[in-house]
Each structure stands twice: as structure tokens, then as C-alpha cells.
Design a protein around this ligand. Structure first.
Ligand code: BEZ
Ligand code: FE
Length: 300
């Protein structure tokens, strides 16, 4: 029966219409979309004007997208959906480094730099030695692993936001002992782009737009699952309220301030500097996902 539908009968009618989708996954997702969106409308009972404002919000989100701005990913991030998908896509893996959002500021094929390079390119800020290791699923160091890194500067801006030369980003390769190191500057916490619909949403929700200071990593090696993560700087004011819900305790590391030190290859550093150390562990390429496990907090 698909006529004279009312609030009590329309959901079943739409479900019946999508129940014949030939692809079972399309069928499952279509049914879930209909059930959940109809439930949302029943729960919130929008007026036509409110529904039109919702459509306008989505329209403006699409119009805000460009080659360098992806408002829908930002929306997914700010609603915690990106981290929920990330949690589902990564099953529990005792050894492997935890993952977090990629974010919108990754640039494919970043400039290759040798170990020890200064990525700051003259950007102002407190010099920061970032160093660590990459190991595989068996705990053995991985030589030649590809380490992509990118971060904000001391004012909280990425190079692509400033529209300058690519700086504070690079592709490095680990040495024969699985080590990497480079010079950057101590990054600052920063607001996500909030001059569009997602910013309007955050203000309407009474939320701040800040992310705690972090350094991004995307690490790949043969036979391993690619790792997308950040290292967060301990002590940041926004660790407990990251606007995109991306912080995990295991990803927080302290910035140490030392009078002198040495690079992993033994080269002495005879001046005061800050340093950040993190050892990454990659999961096997075949690592299970948590896709089949029901989430403890699932509500529908
Ligand atoms: C970032 O860390 O670069 C980022 C992640 C999600 C949304 C906006 C920015
Ligand atoms: Fe970031």
C-alpha cells in the first residue's frame, strides 16, 4: 500500500520500496538510512521552515567545497563520525599504534627530504627535533618505511592555508635501524576552518573549533597496514575537548626541553632545543577490522 500514507505508515512504505535493491549492501544501507532519518524526523518534529534550513545547510556545505576545502569531511569530523568509522575500521590490535583522523591538510606525494632535514624552511618558532622508530607487526624495526609528516606552525597554520611554499611537511624514509628524525618547530593548537557552515554549526552548538597541537604521520611499509595517526603534545589545553574527537591517550607525548643532545646517528647537538620522540608500530596488512562487532554504545 503506497497511497494515503501518513506519519504511521510512510516509513514501512519507503522500506518496502528499497527492499528490492539488487546489491545486499546497498539494500542494508538504504534501509538503515530510511529507518534512522525517519526516526530523527519523528523525534525532532521539524517544521517545513526548519527542514528547509537543514537543506540549505547541506547546500551551503557543498558550495563551500573546493579543491582545497572539503566541508563534508569537516562535518563528519566535527560530529565524531570520522572517528567512529575509524574505530570500526580498525579492530583492536594490541601492539599497533592507534589511529586517528587524516584531516584536510594532507598533500599527496609530499616533498622528499633526507633524514635530519629541517622542514621549517624558515618558518618562525621554537626548533623541534622529532625522532622515533617504525617497527613491524613482529616488533622488528622496519628499514625503508615511508614516513609522511605534516604539521601546523607556531601560529597554528598549515603551509597550504598560508598559500606559501610547502613547509613543515615531508616524505622521509627510515634508516636501516627503522629510525627517522627531522627538525620542525613546536606546533600550536589551532581552530579548524570555521568560516563556513561547520563553523556556524559549532557556534550554534556552543562549541569551540580547536584541535590540540599535534604532528601528523602517515606511515607505509610492505606487508603492513598503512598507519594514519598524530602525535599530540602533552599539556595542551585542548586534549580533552578536541573538536574532532581525535585524541587517544597512547598518542600523547611530552616535548622535552634539553640543553644539548644528539641525533639518532650520533651527531651531537650543542644547543638547547625541544624534542619529541615517538616509536610507531605497524599492524599486519591483514589486520582484522571491528566491522562485525557491535559497539557498546550503539543506540539503534
Ligand atoms: C587536522 O588535524 O589537520 C584536522 C583534522 C580534522 C579536521 C580539521 C583539521
Ligand atoms: Fe592537523
Amino acid at each position: 500500500m503506497s497511497s494515503d500514507l501518513d506519519e504511521t505508515t510512510i516509513t514501512a512504505a519507503v522500506l518496502e520500496r528499497v527492499a528490492h535493491a539488487p546489491d545486499p549492501r546497498v539494500r542494508q544501507i538504504s534501509e538503515a538510512v530510511v529507518r534512522h532519518l525517519h526516526a530523527l524526523v519523528r523525534e525532532t518534529r521539524p517544521s517545513l521552515d526548519e527542514w528547509s534550513a537543514a537543506v540549505d545547510f547541506l547546500t551551503r556545505s557543498g558550495q563551500t567545497c573546493s579543491d582545497t576545502r572539503q566541508e563534508f569531511i569537516l562535518l563528519s569530523d566535527a560530529l565524531g563520525i570520522s572517528m567512529l568509522v575509524d574505530a570500526i575500521d580498525h579492530g583492536p590490535d594490541g601492539r599497533a599504534t592507534e589511529t586517528t583522523v587524516l584531516g584536510p591538510f594532507y598533500v599527496g606525494d609530499p616533498p622528499a627530504h633526507p633524514l635530519g632535514a629541517d622542514l621549517a624552511g624558515g618558518a618562525p618558532g621554537e626548533p623541534l627535533l622529532v625522532r622515533g622508530t617504525v617497527s613491524g607487526p613482529d616488533g622488528a624495526p622496519l628499514a625503508g618505511a615511508i614516513v609522511d609528516t605534516w604539521q601546523a606552525d607556531e601560529d597554528g597554520y598549515y603551509d597550504v592555508q598560508r598559500g606559501e611554499e610547502l613547509e613543515l611537511r615531508a616524505r622521509l624514509r627510515t634508516d636501516s635501524a627503522g629510525r627517522f628524525w627531522f627538525w620542525a618547530v613546536v606546533p600550536a593548537s589551532y581552530p579548524i576552518p570555521d568560516d563556513g557552515p561547520v563553523g556556524d554549526m559549532l557556534r550554534a552548538q556552543g562549541r569551540h573549533p580547536y584541535r590540540p597541537a599535534h604532528v601528523h604521520f602517515r606511515i607505509a611499509a610492505p606487508g603492513c597496514r598503512e598507519l594514519i595517526t598524530h602525535v599530540f603534545l602533552a599539556g595542551d589545553d585542548y586534549l580533552e575537548s578536541d573538536v574532532v574527537f581525535g585524541v587517544k591517550r597512547s598518542l600523547i607525548a611530552a616535548v622535552e626541553r634539553v640543553e644539548q643532545g644528539e641525533l639518532p646517528d650520533g651527531t651531537p647537538i650543542a644547543r638547547p632545543h625541544a624534542r619529541l620522540t615517538y616509536d610507531f608500530a605497524l599492524a599486519p596488512a591483514t589486520a582484522p577490522t571491528a566491522a562485525a562487532a557491535p559497539a557498546a554504545e550503539a543506540t539503534a
